[in-house]
Design a protein around this ligand. Structure first.
Ligand code: KG4
Ligand code: ZN
Length: 354
């Protein structure tokens, strides 16, 4: 058995969670998320400096609450896992420095975690029998990427977006049609009230056999549609736009997922990331997996967004592989290639665990 504290501060959520591992099964004991959405809503997007300050204010309280709710003392922890990359550098540094201090002062092994991998590992918290290999699709505010994950939890990025992320594309159009920030969830609901065939928009799926998407074209086309209507003094049916836009994005992601499943021959698909909460996308991928006889493992909607439990889950794989970081661990805004999920340690050394 192992107890891990997971810490997340890569964007606009400060989160800490305690996850317990027993016979390889991961269970959430507590998961506290302090969201900054209300703070950033005023600006229509995340303001990095404000995010960093809000993390500083929240991090101690959130961590204490996670430990208390789990009924766990610092001395009980086997490891502290922290998101070190990719993300907003100032925001990441808050979590990384806090986790380093906590680990150093209490002699607890520290595990560095990649945020995108953590999203994938959220699936283990909801599907105890999930086993690699699998295809993972991470769709979030910052990423839309496909990974082939092997038996050793090593993975290879096999495709994704060439420009914007799907979440960014949803949020942008949500904002211009006046939906509350972030627009993704509100657009999801509004799409049910419109006709998905009402407005002709370009597909984000690039032509050909490459597992490649591009969301900049559809975003520009939707903006042009709105500007054109305004210039002509025509009213826009926002629900039709939400439905047409969502349908095209979901269809494109499903098409490239189909291609990725075909090319890799993998029989399990993990759908993760904030946009994995999108009900249209969940349904489309359910239908695809049913057709292909592929198992679909999605985290619950509550675990799709950024949270500490997914970081602890990813950290477990690093812990299990014996990959630890020390006080030299640094944060990085960028993603970079690495091996085992959750064990990236670009500026750290392996240390003996407790
Ligand atoms: O993974 P996440 O919490 O943060 C990043 O790592 O980016 O993802 C946040 C993104 C936002 O763009 C948000 O609008 C989107 O996830 N999102 C949704 C839905 N719920 C959250 N997008 C579409 N439909 C939803 N239901
Ligand atoms: Zn995320």
């Amino acid at each position: 058995m192992a107890l891990l504290l997971g810490m997340e501060s890569s964007c606009d959520e400060t989160s800490a969670a305690v996850v317990e591992e027993k016979n390889g099964i991961l269970t959430v004991r507590s998961n506290i998320v302090a969201s900054q959405i209300e703070t950033h809503r005023l600006y229509g997007g995340v303001v990095p400096e404000i995010a960093s300050r809000a993390h500083v204010e929240a991090v101690s309280k959130v961590t204490a609450e996670a430990l208390e709710n789990a009924g766990v003392a610092l001395a009980d922890l086997d490891a502290i896992a922290v998101t070190s990359h990719p993300g907003l550098i100032g925001a990441l540094l808050v979590g990384v420095n806090f986790a380093k201090s906590l680990a150093y002062a209490n002699k607890i092994p520290l595990v560095s975690v990649n945020h995108i991998h953590a999203h994938i590992c959220a699936a283990f918290l909801c599907h105890p029998d999930l086993k690699p290999p699998f295809l993972a699709l991470v769709v979030s505010g910052g990423h839309t990427s496909f990974y082939a994950v092997n038996e050793k939890m090593e993975y290879r990025e096999i495709g994704g977006t060439r420009d914007d992320a799907a979440g960014e594309a949803f949020d942008k159009i949500g904002r211009v049609i006046g939906l509350p920030y972030p627009g993704g969830a509100a657009l999801d609901k509004l799409a049910y009230e419109g006709n998905p065939k009402a407005i002709l928009l370009p597909s984000p799926a690039l032509v050909g056999e490459e597992i490649a998407l591009s969301f900049s074209g559809i975003k520009t086309a939707a903006l042009n549609y709105l500007n054109g209507a305004e210039q002509k003094g025509l009213a826009v049916n926002r629900a039709d736009l939400a439905a047409s836009y969502t349908a095209k994005i979901v269809e494109a992601i499903a098409k490239k997922t189909d291609l990725a499943l075909g090319q890799t021959g993998l029989k399990t698909l993990v759908l993760a990331g904030g946009v994995a909460a999108n009900s249209h996308l969940r349904r489309a991928l359910e239908a695809l997996c049913q057709k292909r006889k592929v198992r679909l493992a999605m985290p619950s909607v509550a675990l799709c967004g950024d949270n500490g439990a997914m970081v602890a889950a990813a950290g477990y794989f690093g812990f299990r592989a014996g990959c630890f970081s020390d006080v030299a661990l640094n944060a990085s805004a960028l993603d970079y290639p690495e091996g085992v999920i959750g064990t990236s340690k670009p500026q750290s050394q392996k240390i003996d665990k407790k």
